[in-house]
Design a protein around this ligand. Structure first.
Ligand code: SF4
Length: 393
């Protein structure tokens, strides 16, 4: 059995990602409810971009990516709680609460990524008392000599707040066991991303997106074998590269575009060889060390060993420079900036990316999206025109 996925490629099914396509879009969180039924454990909704997921799981809660309502939730109540010019994910996350979709969650985790996220944390806390809102103050100064100690102590506070919700007592060895589980999951995601960069014709970004999203919705020990199985299945494929351009896609690190939009971009003649979808769940370049103080190890991983991110203010590595280097290393022909409407961190960075792309003669295309999109023809036409301008120049 096969399915046509666009202009030029036919992929054999079933592929592991195909089994989970509907699951990852379902805002009734079937994987989380199933996990609760089997284990008796509740979950914590983790708003993007990055949170210390190991601490959440050590406290007895399943960390779950809370990426708003997507295009399956009608905004009926949340609009009136926010100003007009704000990204969609803030409103649709609150709408999940009004539509009683947050039942599986005992706690909600937010981080200091931007003003809308900061406001959302307090508005959620006032409106939904059944879910304890826990706010993580990530350091704004990554290079201060006090940053590691500060972040480690912040993580201790966060764990204490989570344990107050569940009644758990957590030892250093419990934390190391959780570091080990997430190290394994992130390593599997790193391997999938590296494979897609080498052979994008054998692992489509729509599929990789589904698998990464699944990793935000399941226990790491249960999802890692699925990720490994997917890599093995992709490796078995024998698709030959088509006449497409290779692009890096950046800007959708928080609010997520509809999966159909990602697929439309690919089907318009692109091989996406890198992206920043759900980047917080695969943020670290290497495993977090298991020796020493686990809080300090986790803090160091964020401060010194994480990927570039628009909500992380690391002046040591200019993000635009890092994107250009990544594009070159992956032999990308072009870049596509896919940025959520009204996302300030994304739009501020776009100004820097654009300058760097121009200076380095990297063709680039700017696209704006909202999670609640249904029509992709306009974007598809823009991408096709961009691709043709490169293929036939
Ligand atoms: S989409 Fe952008 S502005 Fe909105 S919460 Fe996320 S980082 Fe903040």
């Amino acid at each position: 059995m096969s399915r046509d996925i666009g202009m030029t490629t036919t992929i054999e099914t079933p592929f592991p990602a195909a089994r989970y396509r509907d699951v990852v879009e379902d805002r009734d969180f079937p994987t989380v409810r199933d996990y609760a039924r089997r284990t008796g454990r509740a979950a914590a909704g983790c708003y993007p971009v990055y949170g210390p997921f190991e601490l959440v799981r050590a406290a007895g809660l399943l960390p779950v990516g809370l990426f708003g309502g997507g295009n399956r939730i009608e905004i009926a109540h949340a609009d009136s709680r926010f100003q007009s010019f704000i990204c969609s994910i803030v409103k649709s996350t609150m709408e999940l609460g009004f539509q009683e979709k947050l039942g599986p969650f005992k706690a909600l985790l937010f981080e200091s990524i931007c003003d809308p996220a900061r406001n959302l944390a307090s508005v959620m806390s006032r409106n939904f008392a059944d879910q304890k809102s826990v706010y993580v103050h990530l350091p704004q100064n990554m290079t201060s000599p006090a940053a590691v100690d500060y972040l480690a102590s912040e993580y201790r506070r966060v764990l204490a707040e989570l344990c107050a919700v569940t009644g758990a007592t957590v030892t250093a060895d419990d934390l190391r066991a959780n570091l080990r589980s997430y190290n394994a999951m992130r390593a599997a995601l790193r391997d999938l991303y590296a494979f897609r960069g080498r052979r994008p014709e054998s692992l489509l970004t729509g599929e990789l997106y589904t698998l990464t999203r699944l990793a935000t919705l399941m226990d790491p020990d249960e999802v890692t074998p699925i990720l490994r199985e997917s890599l093995a299945a992709a490796n078995e494929r024998e698709d030959r590269p088509k006449d497409r351009i290779r692009v890096v896609l950046i800007g959708a690190f928080c609010e997520q575009p509809p999966l159909e939009l990602v697929e439309s971009i690919e089907e318009s003649g692109c091989y996406i060889v890198d992206d920043d979808f759900m980047l917080g769940w695969r943020l670290f370049r290497r495993d977090v060390p298991l020796d020493g103080d686990p809080f300090v190890a986790l803090a160091r991983a964020y401060l010194d060993d994480s990927l570039h991110l628009s909500t992380k203010h690391d002046l040591r590595v200019p993000r635009a420079k890092a994107i250009v280097e990544s594009a070159r290393a992956l032999k990308a022909d072009a870049a596509i900036c896919l940025i959520a409407k009204f996302c300030e961190p994304g739009l501020f960075d776009y100004a820097l990316y654009r300058k760097a792309f121009d200076e380095n003669a990297i063709p680039h295309l700017y696209l704006e999206f909202e999670e609640k999109m249904w029509l992709y023809e306009k974007i598809r036409t823009e991408v096709e025109t961009f691709v043709e301008s490169m293929l036939f120049r």
